[in-house]
Design a protein around this ligand. Structure first.
Ligand code: SF4
Length: 94
């Protein structure tokens, strides 16, 4: 089975509620003060869905459910952690 992970997309920008950060059991969700959104490290995500359930702006999606218009956010999330889209894809086995 390919390993699944979650991605934070555009609705987070400018909101940065942070509820996801508080509930993530693996510290996969990170940001910086200067960053406009939170990001998920695909290699640390264990597909528990806790972040998706608490996000007040529905910015978090599993990789396979990411809306087409936000497909680029897989790479944007990976890049925050110094990884490439290929790296994140490799983690998911895609
Ligand atoms: S799905 Fe779970 S492990 Fe993955 S980023 Fe969200 S809260 Fe963290």
């Amino acid at each position: 089975m390919p390993r699944m992970f979650y991605v934070i997309a555009e609705p987070c920008i400018g909101v940065k509620d942070g509820a996801c950060f508080d509930v993530c059991p693996t510290q996969a969700i990170q940001t910086t003060e200067e960053s406009t959104q939170y990001y998920i490290d695909a290699d640390l995500c264990i597909d528990c869905r806790a972040c998706e359930l608490v996000c007040p702006v529905s910015a978090i999606f599993s990789y396979y459910d990411l809306p087409e218009q936000w497909a680029g956010y897989t790479e944007i999330n990976a890049r925050f952690f110094g990884k490439t889209k290929g790296g994140a894809g490799a983690a998911a086995g895609v």
